[in-house]
Design a protein around this ligand. Structure first.
Ligand SMILES: Nc1nc2c(ncn2[C@@H]2O[C@H](COP(=O)(O)OP(=O)(O)OP(=O)(O)O)[C@@H](O)[C@H]2O)c(=O)[nH]1
Ligand SMILES: [Mg+2]
Length: 471
């Protein structure tokens, strides 16, 4: 026998009334008025609770609405099916299920359960505190032509363990492993079971020069090795330690933070370098660092050669919440830089970063264009650009030295960023550049992501080249 809606309403009203003092009086006496059901708004919003209602349409459940004698007879069959349905819901909405055990939900649907045996209610109350995915008993098969089916819910996939993010020092070591393994292999073959003599020192100096460390640093290292050790055996670990110490000595003076003088807002950073060395990516990462620190940044799409370059910078602008000043392709880069300066003044930016088109250092005409950007900016503000940052690709070897040489002369480079130290880097050249140019190295790029720009640390870098373990 089915219960008529009016019977259900009356039943609900009776069951709910003592627990729901806010319910308007007029609703209780009106058999045809179901509006009081609307007071269960919070439950209606819960998908878990609707699913719970689904289980009521099982034939065995329908039986439980029959007069109580029949319900009691049906109860043993009902129990496994109910248990399983509930388990099926729980993993999908664990938080809501917990809430459902809390009060309002229990009270609202208690009328549905009142004709079930007491153990059943006990089970339902304690279920949320049980294991997240208890083993479910097999569901009793439904009659073949019942005209309905229960929605199957797939168990949620196990939460994927977050990928461990390796530290930047480890990435640096991996990136420099090509340089460092060549050096350590040479150290092993040169120094194992051999007394230190002139030939060994000469061979080692050659190895250091081949690793791009530069003649000056290579000689300092071999001089240091020979001190008090001539004619004696020296362990490979000792050679590596001395190597790291000497490289660090060269790098410490250039490992400086980028200083921004906001007395002269906006601080203008012009970013220059050979094609593909990571200018635009570094600008994006730097803008992220600065904006996170609360500084306002404007970006200037000074690479007016390629539409893709402008788009690339705009994406970084969006990611970092920085305004991007751009013009049509082919526009004069110096003119654009000039306008961007005014815009940055207008919007009260702390920092203006100007991207430029990559160019080979031996293309005089393009290099002259860089000079023009400097000239035009300095008309607007004598000290601008305050920082001229050159990006160097760490996978380039010796050529980086001449890149710095020429860009420094043409556009007054006064700071460096070495990018791609996460790849198959040949970082030794940075030591030679530091020894020769003594330009500050502000950051190193250790990946393509927004957070993959790290302050340059002399000790870590030296240790990575010498193949020392990360400390
Ligand atoms: N692995 C790695 N890739 C980098 C790093 N920095 C930049 N790149 C990648 O190097 C490629 C070139 O980077 P860009 O920033 O476009 O270089 P660019 O100097 O602006 O290039 P042009 O505008 O063509 O001169 C891109 O694929 C970057 O994702 C880094 O630190 N590590
Ligand atoms: Mg670019």
């Amino acid at each position: 026998m089915e219960l008529a809606p009016a019977d259900i309403a009356a039943h609900r009203a009776e069951a709910d009334r003592p627990e729901d003092p806010d319910e308007p009086d007029g609703d209780a006496g009106d058999d045809d008025d179901f509006s009081f059901l609307d007071t269960r708004g919070p439950i209606a919003e819960s998908p878990a609770d609707f699913s719970f209602l689904d289980e009521r349409v099982e034939p065995v459940e329908t039986a439980s609405r029959e007069p109580s004698a029949a319900a009691e007879a049906a109860a043993p069959e009902v129990e496994p099916a109910r248990e399983e349905d509930h388990v099926g819901i729980q993993p999908a909405e664990p938080g809501e299920e917990d809430e459902a055990s809390g009060g309002e939900d229990d009270a609202d649907f208690s009328w549905l359960d009142e004709d079930l045996p007491p153990e059943e209610e006990e089970d339902r109350r304690t279920e949320p505190s049980g294991p997240a995915v208890p083993a479910a008993p097999p569901r009793a098969p439904l009659p073949g032509d019942s005209g309905f089916r229960l929605r199957e819910r797939a168990a949620p996939p196990p939460a994927a363990a977050p990928a461990p993010r390796i530290s930047w020092a480890e990435r640096l070591r991996l990136g420099l492993s090509r340089s460092s393994s060549q050096l350590t292999d040479s150290i092993t073959s040169l120094f194992t079971k051999r007394r230190l003599d002139e030939d060994t020192l000469q061979d080692f100096e050659d190895v250091l020069i081949q690793a791009d460390l530069g003649v000056e640093t290579a000689m300092r290292i071999t001089d240091r090795l020979s001190e008090g050790r001539f004619g004696k055996e020296i362990a490979g670990a000792e050679v590596r330690r001395i190597l790291a110490e000497e490289i660090e000595k060269t790098l410490v003076p250039v490992a400086l933070p980028l200083e921004l003088d906001l007395e002269k807002k906006p601080h203008v950073i012009l970013v220059v370098g050979v094609n593909g060395t990571g200018k635009t990516t570094t600008i994006g990462k730097l803008a992220a660092k600065l904006t996170r620190a609360g500084l306002k940044v404007t970006l200037c799409a000074g690479d007016t050669f390629r539409a893709a370059a402008v788009e690339q910078l705009k994406i970084w602008g969006e990611r970092t919440g920085s305004e991007v000043v751009a013009k049509q392709i082919g526009a004069d880069a110096a003119g654009l830089a000039f306008e961007a300066y005014d815009r940055a003044l207008e919007n009260d930016s702390d920092v203006l970063i100007i991207d430029t088109a990559g160019r080979l250092q031996n293309k005089a005409e393009l290099m002259a264009e860089l000079e023009k950007i400097n000239r035009v900016l300095s008309k607007r503000e004598p000290d601008a650009p305050h920082t001229v940052l050159q990006t160097l690709d760490a996978t380039t070897g010796q050529n980086a030295l001449s890149q710095v040489e020429i860009f420094r002369n043409v556009s007054g480079v006064n700071g460096l960023v070495m990018t791609k130290l996460d790849g198959t880097a040949r970082g030794g050249i940075l030591v030679a550049i530091a020894a020769k140019h003594r330009l500050p190295v502000y950051f190193v790029g250790v990946g393509e992501g927004i957070d993959d720009l790290e302050p340059f640390k002399a000790k870590d870098f030296a240790g990575a080249i010498a193949g020392l373990p990360v400390t």
